[in-house]
Design a binder for this molecule. Structure first.
Ligand code: OXD
Ligand code: MN
Length: 607
């Protein structure tokens, strides 16, 4: 399809202007077809950027190795360029939008020389759903086109839905590496140096401008940029929720169904929870989404959620048949792997895949790598943030209604993080405001290996949205409180705090996690079903009675008492930390209701 075939005059003008600024050799409007996907992959293989994998063992799969400077989201180069700095808040990077556009226009000038400009019309959410939104990404990366085919709904039907005047989020993307006459990528992942990378959001005008990175959330602009940072602003303005949440469907032995969403900071097992295989007999968990949920009120006053994405962009290391069988089965075909290791028979390997490295590998840097279990300092073969991009429809646990345009009615919200101490296995909020308080103090333990901070430090990541909220987090808390006022308490989801990561004195996990978490989900299910004799009311919320959660092998009654008690001293420290270090960050925008919750819990703990 050509530019002149575009029926939306605003879109056509925008594409024309982008082409004059970025001066690509050609412009192509993407149609989302299999032919197009195959052509994109062939282009990258021919450019030496991709390796086709073994067609017998991993049909339709391909491996990319990115540049070592381009392996993850770059939060330090991510900007919320609202008109006023105050609106971006203290937790976002800010540059004046006019100044930022000037700088980036300079970078964009001529940036696609020697390349093709692809125009990708995409829908986040089932095409035509009232909750879905349309975006159009302009990119010079065939890798991005192929990934967007999997992660979003791409194609002509999106343009038909957009019509001549519909609303879309314009998204610019360039890898920032023009090619001179005759020059080719020749096996070198194209990107710009770190200090030239920009992942910019203009919340008032709903625009995204990305430059210099070809990787993940920096480049697949439907995901974190549109579905979270820009959508969170639209949701605030329109009275709905755009959240960093998985969506799961759970069915009890009687065949009753509930839908639950959950927000956990990155690397706390959201994808694993969304695809969990229950150990509790008779229970079933199915997947609706693993990373993002958009929720709007239905006419019945309940919140309905859709998964705006169409694929999973999951972290490979640690994914194995025990931790996530459904993910492993999803990625057996038609999957793009990035920065994992390559085996001699052209399959993939990563740390904690469940078996030793089979022979000589090529690591994510393209070097030969032989596993040496004696060498504790051996560099990993797969980058710790190496990824698979796999189609959601290939997941054996995908719920049949995952693409229902109406969404699914949500009964519970879970919040959680890695907390070795204090926070119990599960705790139900007393009411909506108390639940918002719990979401606002979400934190997770970081390890010294991952970040340059002391091991054991808890990093607060409210609602798991810290890197993804497109406006001031104090206003975001206020928005959550206002959502609670829009419906009757019995229509709103109940709110729970969960913690699979409690450790004993010896530093060992007390709770086995993974499929055993179904025992906790069963208790949550019953609470949502109106069961009341399975809980006790405490200073911090409703805790399960000890016998209300059945014990997995290896967990003693004393263990259960430990992880289901109110650790009064620990909670007093928690409250003090929130009061002294966390809430003051948000200044006058921190809603008074949350300080009142803090006072009330403190009073109850001291009673
Ligand atoms: C992700 C993240 O990639 O949260 O989903 O970092
Ligand atoms: Mn995420």
């Amino acid at each position: 399809m050509e530019i002149q075939d575009l029926k939306h005059s605003g879109l056509k003008k925008w594409v024309d202007e982008a082409a004059s600024l970025m001066t690509p050799d050609a412009v192509e409007v993407c149609d989302g077809s299999q032919e197009e996907y195959d052509r994109m992959i062939k282009l990258t293989v021919d450019a030496g950027l991709a390796t086709p994998l073994n067609p017998w063992l991993l049909p339709g799969c391909v491996l990319f190795r990115s540049d070592p400077s381009d392996v993850a989201r770059v939060e330090a180069r991510t900007y919320i360029a609202s008109a006023s700095q105050h609106d971006a808040g203290p937790t976002n990077n800010w540059i004046d939008p006019d100044e930022l556009k000037k700088t980036m226009t300079g970078l964009y000038r001529g940036c696609m020389k020697g390349r093709v400009m692809y125009v990708i019309p995409f829908s986040m959410g089932p095409v035509g759903s009232d909750i879905a939104k349309i975006g159009v990404e302009i990119t010079d990366s065939p890798y991005v086109v192929a990934n967007m085919h999997i992660m979003a709904r791409v194609g002509v039907n999106v343009l038909d839905t957009l019509g001549a005047e519909g609303f879309y989020v314009p998204c610019f993307h360039s890898v920032g590496k023009p090619l001179a006459a005759g020059e080719q990528d020749n096996g070198k992942w194209p990107c710009a140096p770190l200090d030239k990378k920009y992942i910019s959001h203009f919340p008032e005008t709903r625009e995204i401008w990305s430059y210099g990175s070809g990787y993940g959330g920096n480049a697949l602009l439907g995901k974190k940029c549109l579905a979270l940072r820009i959508a969170s602003v639209i949701a605030r303005d329109e009275g709905w929720l755009a959240e960093h949440m998985l969506i799961l469907k759970i069915t009890n032995p009687k065949g009753e169904v509930k839908y639950i969403t959950g927000a956990f900071p990155s690397a706390c097992g959201k994808t694993n929870l969304a695809m969990l295989v229950p150990t509790l007999p008779g229970w079933k968990v199915e997947t609706v989404g693993d990373d993002i949920a958009w929720m709007k009120f239905g006419e019945d006053g309940r919140l309905y959620a859709i998964n705006p994405e169409a694929g999973f962009f999951g972290v490979a290391p640690g994914t194995n048949m025990d931790s996530n069988k459904n993910a492993m089965e999803t990625i057996r075909r038609n999957t793009i792997f990035t920065n994992v290791a390559l085996t001699e028979d052209k399959t993939v390997w990563w740390e904690m895949i469940g078996y030793d490295a089979p022979g000589k590998l090529i690591d994510w840097n393209g070097n030969e790598w032989v596993q040496d279990k004696g060498d504790k300092n051996q560099k990993p073969a797969a980058h710790p943030n190496s990824r698979f991009t796999g189609p959601a429809k290939q997941c054996p646990a995908i719920a049949p209604e995952w693409e229902d345009p109406k969404g699914v009615p949500i009964s519970a919200f879970l919040f959680g993080g890695r907390r070795p101490k204090t926070i119990p296995l599960v705790n139900e909020a007393k009411n909506w405001t108390h639940g918002v308080f719990m979401g606002s103090i979400v934190g997770s333990e970081v390890t010294a290996a991952a970040l340059d901070v002391k091991a054991g430090v808890i990093r607060r990541d409210p609602f798991a949205m810290l890197p993804f909220c497109g406006y001031h987090m104090g206003d975001y808390f206020k928005h959550w409180l206002s959502i609670g006022a829009k419906s009757a308490p019995d229509k709103l989801p109940k709110i729970f705090f969960v913690n699979w990561f409690r450790k004993n004195e010896a530093g060992k996990f007390i709770w086995p996690g993974y499929g055993e978490n179904s025992r906790v989900l069963a208790w949550i299910f019953d609470r949502c079903n109106g069961v009341t004799d399975n809980a006790v009311e405490t200073a911090i919320g409703f805790l399960p009675k000890i016998e209300a959660i059945s014990r997995p092998d290896g967990v003693s009654e004393a263990d259960m008492r430990e992880i289901l008690k109110v650790d009064t001293e620990g909670w007093k420290k928690e409250i003090a930390d929130v009061r002294e270090n966390h809430y003051p960050k948000f200044g006058a925008k921190l809603p008074q209701e949350l300080y009142s919750e803090l006072d009330a819990i403190e009073k109850r703990l001291n009673a």
